[in-house]
Ligand binder design. Sequence first.
Ligand code: F3S
Length: 403
Amino acid sequence: MLAGEQGPAVQRAMQIVNALATVYDAERLLPAASAQIAGVSYKNLGQAGLSFLEEWAAQGGRVRIPAFMNPAGMDMDRWREMGIPESYAQPQQRVVEALASMGVTPSCTCTPYLAGMVPQAGQHLAWSESSAVSYANSVLGARTNREGGPSALAAAITGRTAAYGLHLSPNRRATHRVMVWSGLQNEADFGALGYWVGKQVGDGVPYFRFRGDAELSLPPTQEQLMALGAAMAASGAIALYHIEGVTPEAAQVAPQVEQLPQISVHELAPAYAALNHPLDEIDFVSLGCPHSTLADLERVAALVQGQHLQATLWITTSRYVRRLAEQQGWVRTIEDAGGHVFADTCLVVAPIEELGFNTLATNSAKAAFYGPSHSGLQRRFGTLEQCIAAALAGRWPGGSDDG
Ligand code: F3S
């Protein structure tokens, strides 16, 4: 491949895989079982990134393992409904077309594991979106580094990834013991915990022990695990975590845990304070970061049934989950109330700054973390129920205190 015997597209891909192997001192390459490719949003890629992809596709680039796309900057079918301008939609469509022409599935989601693409424990992957990487490593027990978009695509084209980082067992050991005492009631609490721990642990591997009130929240729901991992990967660079008695590799790494530096979490209020601006009026409510589960859509439909929303509500999810929710009638219920269930995108990768929103309410600590810097939004962060109350009233429930 490196010598160009399989053509210039494969050669370019192997040059990238080989360069990473060299930089990280990898002794060998591993077969990659699947690739999840970020860098799909035109907002992040720009014209240079689009040209790079189109050139690679024109050279004959073709994936040889299952590969799927991360969210794009818009719902690929309903972008007009989102208010996306034509001048953005056209290059965004070309990005998806270039990747699709190489054989990448246009799934456009950061939760491929909710859409039928579930890796097996122990498989080596080349995934790139940080919450997906965290979930694959921590909850599913698969092995992936956080790839960049081009390196994930290179892995998909060569079918190989370099053996370094989280592919190797010694690097999957915990680096910090995190004692959690604070009660955790919902996905927002898990997100707040993740935000706080990500700040302390940086790019390490936390090992969680839930004690006291926190023990009552075990085992966490899938949505809570997604929220925890996504937040830690945003405020820090955590790509793997363990929870005692919950995640698949926790028992394996437990023997080393007593010697590790300890962090104790007794309250979540500081995390909530850091993720909340003292806002009252809300014009935009966004749920679905990471992309919503079917259970979340059911909850939202029950809360908005027969009501009329005052603020714009987006729930972002995968096409697959939206189709299932459509079959249940939940999408119709949400749309009848004035909400939108968009696939393929999310508020962080969509060109929100062009859509005229100022104030965000979200139940995602990750979205709250990125809202100001990526989308120019002041924000409120709380539970799904608080966010729906904000969507119904156009104001954050409880007013403009910091909580
Ligand atoms: Fe997914 Fe977008 Fe959030 S890619 S994790 S919904 S920032």
